[in-house]
Design a protein around this ligand. Structure first.
Ligand code: ZN
Ligand code: ZN
Length: 372
């Protein structure tokens, strides 16, 4: 997920960090061999901005509500990079990132009812929820203040195994391509969830800002949702790709004239970028009652003319990933409408090369690590 730190208060984040106890111990040498059944072999970064190194850690007994997953594939999300570089000040090292896991249940706790050994499952940004707060009880677990992020004070999916609370583990429907499915678990649901939350209609005229890891999935989902879809992109080379992925037309996000040509056009705009743009210009492209929605973590404060919001009764909003039921809904929708992340596959052992490729900005459009 791509957090907007401004929208996500530090108090809540710190509660997340300290509210969950997962004892993690580094085991080396012969001792590791003797306790092979309790060892997870992963790749960890030992300091901010460091390289990944092989790293094994001991797990305790599986909790009654936990499952252990054999990782088949794990996607790389931009927030893995943010965490590795400690951009949000939340990281704890050694840090095992990876929160777009596709795998099979290898063990389950005594209380787990809904999953069996061998079930093909996915795990996204969250690996557990408090289960009793208002958000959890009303089906908005992704808004739970005590939700456990998979890679904050918890070891993630760049590993042979990962553990999670069963409530956060999603069954992957038959017919989904497993190699490319990982990015749906975080990036995919991040762009799908707003369609559900804000009741985007098939007759709506919508736009996507930024055609990258998130944006290329947003175009596919919105096209399949039935909308008229416009892609804002600064890259000439991505124009034809955007049209192939579901955009009906494109506008150059660096050309003020092109943007102004769309004044008053859109019911809904979803921004996937993490840079500052002329947001007032984009607001002017909304119809009255239109919405500019953020899922990309732009760290610079928004500079918004309130008058434009008032006169057009327009809205600005943001949202993080999605609840377990929304992830299930998204996966079923993706299966039915053949929404598929475009990926580049690397062996898990080439994790450092994969991250170099991500940092180059040339990944088309998501990278997935494979244990096969
Ligand atoms: Zn993510
Ligand atoms: Zn909760």
């Amino acid at each position: 997920m791509q957090y907007n730190v401004v929208n996500f208060g530090r108090t809540i984040v710190l509660r997340q960090v300290f509210g969950w106890q997962h004892p993690i111990t580094l085991i080396q040498g012969e001792e590791a061999m003797n306790k092979a059944k309790q060892i997870i072999n992963a790749y960890a970064v030992l300091e901010a901005g460091g390289q990944f190194e092989p790293f094994s850690y001991e797990t305790g007994e599986l909790g009654p509500n936990e499952v252990e997953i054999d990782v088949l594939y794990c996607g790389i999300c931009h927030s893995d990079l943010s965490m590795i570089e400690n951009e949000w000040g939340l990281s704890q090292y050694p840090l095992v990132a990876g929160h777009e896991v596709i795998g099979k249940v290898s063990a389950k706790g005594s209380e787990v009812q809904n999953l069996e050994q061998g079930t093909t499952v996915g795990l996204g940004w969250h690996s557990g929820y408090c289960g009793h707060c208002n958000s959890c009880k009303t089906g908005d677990q992704n808004l739970c203040a005590e939700a456990q992020p998979t890679i904050v004070a918890h070891h993630g999916g760049f590993a042979d195994k990962v553990r999670a609370d069963a409530s956060s583990v999603i069954v992957i429907p038959e017919g989904i391509d497993l190699k490319s499915a990982g990015p749906l678990l975080c990036g995919g649901v991040t762009v799908f969830n707003p369609l559900v939350q804000f009741d985007v209609k098939s007759t709506d005229n919508v736009a996507v800002i930024g055609i990258g890891g998130l944006g290329h999935m947003a175009l596919q989902f919105l096209n399949a949702w039935g909308c008229k879809v416009t892609a804002f992109t600064s890259s000439e080379s991505k124009r034809s790709e955007a049209l192939n992925m579901g955009a009906h037309n494109t506008l150059n996000s660096r050309d003020q004239g092109e943007i102004e040509s769309a004044t008053g056009s859109f019911d809904f705009i979803i921004s996937t970028v993490n840079v500052k743009l002329d947001w007032n210009l984009y607001l002017s492209t909304l119809k009255p009652k239109g919405r500019l929605h953020f899922v990309g973590a732009t760290l610079e404060p928004l500079d918004i003319e309130v008058f434009s919001l008032i006169m057009g009764q327009k809205s600005i909003s943001g949202s993080p990933v999605g609840s377990p039921i929304t992830i299930e809904m998204m996966l079923e929708f993706a299966r039915l409408h053949k929404v598929k992340p475009q990926i580049e596959l690397y062996p898990m052992s080439k994790i450092n090369e994969a991250f170099d490729h991500l940092k180059s900005g040339k990944a088309k459009y998501r990278i997935v690590l494979s244990n096969e």
